[in-house]
Design a protein around this ligand. Structure first.
Ligand SMILES: Cc1ncc(COP(=O)(O)O)c(C=O)c1O
Length: 414
């Protein structure tokens, strides 16, 4: 979708891009200068990460998650995708995936020759985890000849934009322990939780077989720097997975580039200014996402209330008959229609595993009015200097999107 939008922009078409989940804030100046200072680190480094970095990350997450982590449990990779790939490749067996869940889990499963079986999140209940549905999917997977050994969780979630509650996290941890399966806990948005919501990890309740994935792409907007990290269990299982990771990373990418590893030490150091910056960016995501959520609700389009990240996941199922009259039979058709006729880019729910006839779309609020680096800086300045009128005075593209959606909704309600 992102490439399609870029091509349309290059052709001079105006597209409102809600299809790309990139956090767009400027690089924090201290990270930018330490990165430049470390440009001379040109040698290959340990593929697990330099010791000082592993130590810093262990301390950082021990504090954030309230668990005691050792340096040897930490490994770093070229974005969290590389770590997810290496772990899925290393663990024998197949994957249970939430429906809906982020696109890359299923594509990594395909690349590594693993089978996938999905369990439905509870769409009546803001897409929370439903243990009955998980258990049923697990049993069916086994009956279909699958060997489910891994369960992927993702909170805060892409595409839903919600945070799993502590009771849900505890029950899924108990369930996984009972089945003796790994939890691959993708916590890349853990520092992008909205006010009043707390991130919980199954690593607290099921440390034996939870692997946490994270990185700098979301809370520090450093997607293109490709820095990811994983936290493995502090036991023999973790040690053997680290060995397997070493042979995969050693054969494919060798190590995370030197300047990035040295910069990541600062990013995870607990530096007050950087932590304040993360909180500010998270609050801006929250304000923008809540605003779009509220305005869409006012024109009749509901989606689960956002509690983390920067996504909304509305369904247009209610208008199924009208959509069919308009030759729109699936969420893909709907996404294409909005792009072609309204210049609005979204992602169809089917790419996240949702049924096409549920007419779900994922809207990312991270791009509008932050399309260029200059606009992104303007948004930060506006937040600091004009907080009372922050949305109203500084979000013309967001307003244009809402205006166009209002026309589309009027069409649906005709
Ligand atoms: C749920 C989820 N996990 C992982 C990633 C990728 O992270 P990275 O840039 O660390 O590879 C993304 C990025 O969109 C994501 O949404």
């Amino acid at each position: 979708m992102n490439e399609k939008v870029n091509a349309m922009w290059a052709d001079g078409r105006d597209v409102l891009h809600l299809g790309f989940g990139e956090s767009r804030f400027p690089v924090h100046p201290a990270l930018s200068s330490i990165f430049q200072e470390n440009a001379s680190h040109r040698s290959y480094l340990p593929s697990l990460g330099i010791p000082e970095l592993r130590n810093t990350i262990a301390q950082y997450y021990s504090e954030k998650l309230g668990i005691n982590l050792m340096d040897k449990q930490i490994i770093v990779g070229v974005g969290s995708k590389s770590l997810l790939y290496a772990m899925i490749q290393s663990i024998e067996g197949d994957l249970l995936l939430p429906k809906p869940s982020w696109v890359s889990y299923s594509s990594i499963a395909r690349l590594t020759g693993k089978k996938v079986h999905r369990f439905s999140l509870d769409d009546e209940n803001s897409y929370s985890i439903n243990i009955q549905s998980l258990d049923k999917a697990y049993q069916n997977f086994i009956s279909d000849g699958g060997n489910p050994t891994m369960l992927v969780l993702n909170s805060p979630s892409n595409p839903v934009g919600n945070v799993s509650s502590e009771p849900d996290i505890k029950s899924v941890a108990d369930w996984a322990r009972d089945k003796n399966i790994f939890i691959l806990s993708d916590e890349i948005y853990s520092l992008v939780t909205h006010d009043g919501f707390t991130h919980h990890s199954t690593a607290k309740y099921y440390p034996e077989k939870t692997i946490i994935f994270g990185g700098l792409s979301k809370h520090l907007s450093l997607g293109g720097w490709r820095f990811g990290m994983a936290i493995l269990p502090n036991n023999e299982i973790g040690e053997s997975l680290i060995k397997s990771f070493q042979s995969i990373s050693g054969s494919i990418w060798s190590c995370v580039p030197g300047p990035i590893q040295y910069t990541a030490i600062l990013a995870y150091s607990g530096n007050q200014d950087i932590d304040n910056y993360i909180q500010m960016c998270t609050h801006i995501h929250e304000l923008r996402t809540n605003y779009v959520h509220r305005k869409l609700k006012e024109i009749g389009l509901n989606s689960p209330s956002p509690s983390g990240g920067f996504y909304l996941y509305p369904s247009f199922k209610k208008w199924e008959n009208k959509l069919e009259e308009m030759n729109i039979f699936s969420c893909q058709d709907l996404s294409e229609y909005l792009l072609d006729d309204f210049g609005i880019a979204t992602l169809p729910g089917s790419v996240f595993g949702s049924d096409p006839d549920n007419f779900c779309l994922r809207l990312s609020t991270s791009f509008l009015d932050m399309e260029t680096d200059e606009q992104a800086q303007n948004i930060v300045n506006a937040y600091k200097n004009d907080i009372d009128q922050f949305i109203e005075n500084h979000h013309p593209r967001t307003e244009l999107f809402l205006e166009k959606m209002s026309h589309f909704m009027a069409l649906l309600n005709e």
